[in-house]
Design a protein around this ligand. Structure first.
Ligand code: SF4
Length: 164
């Protein structure tokens, strides 16, 4: 997997102070995308064990509420296997930290993937960024079609439950 950026302090993509990782590569090409430099799968930098270890240490700092994964598109086929390994490790080694995942794929689509990624996610922000539905007043999402989904409650109730 390659990545575009690691942010040690992120207060825009989930509650509290978070560490975020922007994966590299996206085939979706939404009109109005604010992150076009992340589209090329050969761009960015290699995400190696060294970066992974450093990321875990950052997430475990006491003032950090959790980890947020964005892109690019973390749910592209090219990224999924490595994302799954990373999220498993975060859940094992970063107790008490929440995991948020941003994806242009819908919850229903991600459930169909071979990789059980949502087993390691607390909140999924799903759906493509739609320029016509862009609303700067929205918290934690860019356009009004995107949903903030509470994964544990959704699985428990068998229907989409939004994060409050
Ligand atoms: S999925 Fe994200 S990175 Fe990809 S084009 Fe859409 S907004 Fe941009």
């Amino acid at each position: 997997m390659r990545y575009a950026q690691i942010r040690e302090i992120d207060i825009a993509n989930g509650p509290g102070i978070r560490v975020s990782l922007y994966t590299q590569g996206c085939h979706r090409h939404c009109p109005g995308c604010f992150n076009e430099e992340t589209w090329n799968f050969k761009g960015g930098k290699a995400f190696t064990k060294k970066e992974e270890d450093a990321l875990i240490a950052l997430i475990n700092k006491p003032h950090i509420a959790g980890f947020t994964l964005l892109g690019g598109e973390p749910m592209e086929k090219e990224n999924r296997e490595d994302v799954l390994k990373l999220l498993k490790r975060i859940k094992e080694e970063c107790p008490g930290k929440t995991v948020w995942l941003y994806s242009s794929f819908l919850y229903e689509e991600i459930c169909q993937f071979e990789e059980n990624i949502l087993d390691y996610v607390d909140v999924l922000v799903d759906g493509m960024f739609i320029l016509a539905k862009k609303d700067a007043k929205l918290r934690f999402r860019g356009s009004s079609n995107q949903r903030l989904i509470d994964i544990a409650k959704t699985k428990e109730q068998g229907q989409i439950v939004l994060f409050e």
